[in-house]
Design a protein around this ligand. Structure first.
Ligand code: NAP
Length: 299
């Protein structure tokens, strides 16, 4: 399969199309604002006049536009829907699990195979051996396009047949990132309040991140196994650490909203008798509704 169509030439779609061109694919492109294709056409891509023409040019259609609203605006015309019959649509636009399910049902109605994906890298990071992209959908369809999609990312995590898996894991990993962002901002506030260099703090965070990545991989396995016997990090240490962060923030007179929220979770873990379990047992606190303490006894 050497031909590929790319719909959407924003920052990410352009990077995707350029990689396919550079890898020697026969690339047809379409974008709402046609001028964005100029540099690609100069490199050998073909600009289609309409999205339907672009889809007709290749069996494999890769789409990357702003959001699913934009995707619908492009796809849901009768001509485009008809052109999709017999095609493989790989949707790399970021969306929610619900949007992925809805898109699969819609694509199947048009006679198209459908894979859903989430890109976890910036446009300039595409095409590297370690570029992470999540994909899900029919495994036979994935097998048929895997070799082409490898042009975009060396680290494609295929998450299986559940179409919503890529969007769900994208949400889950972003949840981790934004939780860490809140903690990072509090850390920056702590450092600057003490007159310390926040740039150095950023470097220290970078230095500890690989170790913490390995740690969270372990904690994920603990949650999956359901065995919260202490194996790496006792909850008790974190109950004390989070309390220390809260009290120190208050003593310095800085904003303590973020530490107060985190301390609240760990205090609930303490009250639920989880202090002598592995740190990952904190999930028992958030699984349970705040008023339903009895649910904390779940494994
Ligand atoms: P972008 O630069 O803002 O480009 C948006 C694209 O969507 C353009 O091609 C734009 O067409 C098109 N578009 C928007 N509304 C449209 C509509 N109503 N009808 C038709 N086309 C429409 O966005 P991007 O950075 O390429 O991001 C694309 C996707 O990649 C997003 O889902 C984003 O979450 C994901 N992503 C991006 C990054 C990143 O760092 N950029 C990283 C990971 C994932 P026009 O050119 O005509 O405006």
């Amino acid at each position: 399969m050497n031909s590929v169509t790319v719909l959407g030439l924003g920052s990410m779609g352009f990077a995707i199309a350029r990689l396919f061109v550079e890898r020697g694919r026969r690339v047809t492109v379409w974008n709402r604002s046609a001028g964005k294709a100029d540099a690609l056409v100069a490199q050998g891509a073909t600009l289609a006049a309409t999205a339907a023409d672009a889809i007709r040019a290749s069996k494999l259609v890769v789409m990357c536009v702003y959001d699913y609203g934009a995707a619908k605006a492009v796809l849901q015309s009768p001509e485009v829907a008809q052109a999709l019959d017999g095609k493989i649509l790989v949707q790399l636009t970021t969306g929610s699990p619900e949007e992925a399910r809805e898109a699969l049902a819609w694509a199947h109605k048009q006679g198209a195979a459908y894979l859903d994906g989430a890109i976890q890298a910036a446009p300039s990071q595409m095409g590297q051996a370690d570029t992470p992209v999540l994909l899900s959908g029919d495994s036979a369809v994935y097998a048929s396009v895997q070799e082409v999609l490898k042009d975009l990312a060396g680290n494609i995590a295929f998450l299986g047949d559940k179409i919503e898996a890529a969007a769900t894991m994208d949400l889950a990993t972003l949840s981790y990132v934004y939780g860490a962002t809140a903690g990072f901002i509090q850390g920056a506030l702590i450092a600057e309040t003490q007159g310390l260099d926040v740039g150095v703090f950023g470097k220290l965070v970078a230095d500890i991140s690989p170790t913490f990545g390995a740690f969270f991989k372990h904690e994920g396995a603990v949650i999956q196994s359901g065995d919260f016997t202490i194996s790496e990090s006792p909850m008790r240490i974190s109950i004390e650490a989070t309390r220390r962060i809260l009290l120190s923030s208050r003593a310095s007179g800085i904003n303590a909203e973020i530490p107060a929220f985190i301390d609240g979770l760990f205090q609930r873990a303490d009250r639920a008798g989880l202090a002598d379990q592995e740190l990952a047992a904190l999930i028992k606190v958030v699984r349970a509704a705040p008023q339903a303490g009895s649910a904390l006894s779940r494994p």
